[in-house]
Ligand binder design. Structure first.
Ligand code: ADP
Ligand code: TRP
Length: 318
């Protein structure tokens, strides 16, 4: 079983990234035969046009990955752009990718509706993502709910490739952690780097506190009964808790826990939960991160070369 996932270096990682993608992937790291985790720097170019910001964010993600427990002894960790075969496979897949499929991409429509000027790169983003996945014969791709459709596109295009050119590519499946399908942001929309509503994973303590204290609530009075299911603070807090702890906290809300106190509790849970990772994060050097992605690229490259030989032969380029 091969498991693969990627993360765009388009800003600071947040709680949605952690619970939606990193945590499920960390669990796979100990179960799967081989795991591939990469920083999708080519994808980030669709939204980041600041070279210093891109470089920093790319390195930060590797530091974040290592601090959270991604282990280069168990997983292949690399930068997407270090494996140019991704864009070659992307081109070949584009020649059989139906326009209609891409036109249905929810994430593209979403970004355009939020005012992003669409480039051809943004439109063809899911084909590069399909290449990322199909290059490594990934069986399972753990992602947050917003990325599920993209993985389904990768599956559809792999099936079409095999039907057209003969059995070549492994058919991948998305995996979405049900209980955390969409982590809400501080304003109640999906938490996202692009909406300015995140709680950062490794930011300054003061910044984390500020975003937690800024979570939007309704206007219920201090000691009024609160509905935990309708409360963003609770929705976020329960991600850290087991079923019994979540139930006990929900009862406190129903018994009138003031929102200010609820936020303080969440802050304290947050800091406890991430303490060990935060301590580890400051000890990892950029040189170590570089070493990880350089050796990861070598291992990824050898797999990519094998896949491209099969793909080129299948389409008649070899
Ligand atoms: P963002 O929306 O912040 O730019 P990305 O698109 O880079 O996040 O997502 C990286 C990974 O984290 C993907 O697997 C995505 O599905 C997951 N993810 C991002 N935001 C959330 C969220 N609010 N809830 C659950 N998963 C999320
Ligand atoms: N598009 C994904 C995101 O924004 C990142 C990504 C790129 C990815 N290629 C991938 C995720 C391949 C899983 C598999 O989160």
């Amino acid at each position: 079983m091969r498991v693969l996932s990627g993360m765009q270096p388009s800003g600071q990682l947040h709680l949605g990234n952690y619970f939606g993608s990193m945590k499920p992937n960390l669990e796979w790291q100990n179960k799967a035969e081989q795991t591939f985790y990469f920083v999708a720097d080519l994808h980030a170019l669709t939204t980041v046009q600041d070279r210093d910001a891109l470089r920093k964010s790319r390195e930060d993600i590797v530091l974040d990955y290592l601090a959270c427990g991604f282990d280069p002894k168990k997983s292949i960790i690399y930068y997407q752009s270090h494996i140019p075969e991704h864009t070659e496979l992307m081109w070949i897949l584009m020649t059989i990718m139906p326009m209609g499929l891409l036109e249905r991409a929810v994430s593209y429509k979403d970004k355009v509706s939020k005012g992003l000027q669409p480039s051809v790169g943004l439109f063809t983003y899911p084909v590069l993502m399909a290449a990322d996945i199909l290059m490594y014969d990934a069986n399972i791709v753990p992602v947050g709910k917003d990325q599920k459709q993209h993985v389904e596109f990768a599956r559809d295009i792999a099936v079409k490739f095999n039907n057209t050119f003969g059995e070549t590519l492994v058919i991948p499946e998305p995996e979405v952690a049900k209980e955390v399908a969409v982590v809400p942001g501080t304003d109640g929309q999906k938490m996202s780097k692009s909406y300015g509503n995140t709680i950062p994973l490794f930011g300054e303590e003061a910044a984390i506190k500020k975003s937690i204290m800024g979570i939007v609530t309704d206007s219920k009075g201090m000691n009024d009964a609160k509905d935990p299911e309708a409360c963003i603070i609770y929705q976020i807090h329960k991600l850290f808790l087991n079923a019994d702890q979540a139930k006990a906290l929900a009862d406190e809300y129903r018994n009138g826990l003031p929102y200010g106190d609820a936020k303080k509790k969440l802050f304290s849970t947050y800091m406890d939960y991430f303490m060990a990772m935060r301590e580890k994060r400051v000890k990892i050097t950029p040189a170590q991160a570089r070493e990880v992605v350089e050796s990861g690229a070598k291992r990824a490259k050898s797999v990519a070369i094998g896949t491209m030989a099969k793909v080129r032969a299948a389409v008649g380029l070899l």
